[in-house]
Design a protein around this ligand. Structure first.
Ligand code: SF4
Length: 149
């Protein structure tokens, strides 16, 4: 059975920039967990960033915090580690948290730190997709279930 890479925060881990989780209470996700198919991963924590941390957004291809720090190298490292994990477990599907500068699949924040979303992908979602791993957001569970069927 295929394993699925899942953003740790969607499993309730308190790893988001503000120290919270954002658990996705979906019966299918719970079933996959019970089947041992879930590989939890947070690219930002894996890259050594702390929780809580300053929120970051993508600006002209770089990842910049709201205090002006360039954290692009950490975000790139987290993306590479996610890819390595997928390769290690032969993972072809990922369920990642929408709008994150790492995990966002369809939207990201526009870089102005004012809460505006635009079409785009986070660094991890983008690297995984470029390497043939199908990425879905938590808003696309039916599509992920169908893809795995
Ligand atoms: Fe969740 Fe991804 Fe952000 Fe980690 S990097 S807190 S897994 S959205």
């Amino acid at each position: 059975m295929h394993k699925i890479l899942v953003s740790s925060c969607l499993l309730g881990a308190p790893v988001r920039y503000d120290g919270s989780g954002q658990q996705l209470l979906h019966p299918q996700l719970i079933a996959w967990q019970q089947q041992g198919r879930i590989v939890a991963f947070c690219p930002e924590i894996a890259a050594g960033l702390s929780t809580p941390r300053d929120p970051a957004e993508i600006v002209n291809g770089k990842v910049i915090t709201n205090t002006g720090d360039d954290v692009t190298p950490e975000f790139q490292l987290g993306a590479k580690q996610a890819l390595r994990l997928c390769q290690q477990y032969n993972i072809r599907f990922a369920l990642l948290k929408e709008s994150s500068p790492s995990c966002g699949r369809n939207t990201i924040y526009d870089g102005s730190h004012s809460g505006i979303k635009v079409v785009g992908m986070g660094l991890t979602a983008s690297l995984l997709e470029k390497n043939g791993i199908k990425v879905f957001s938590e808003q696309q569970m039916p599509a992920l279930v169908k893809a795995l069927a």
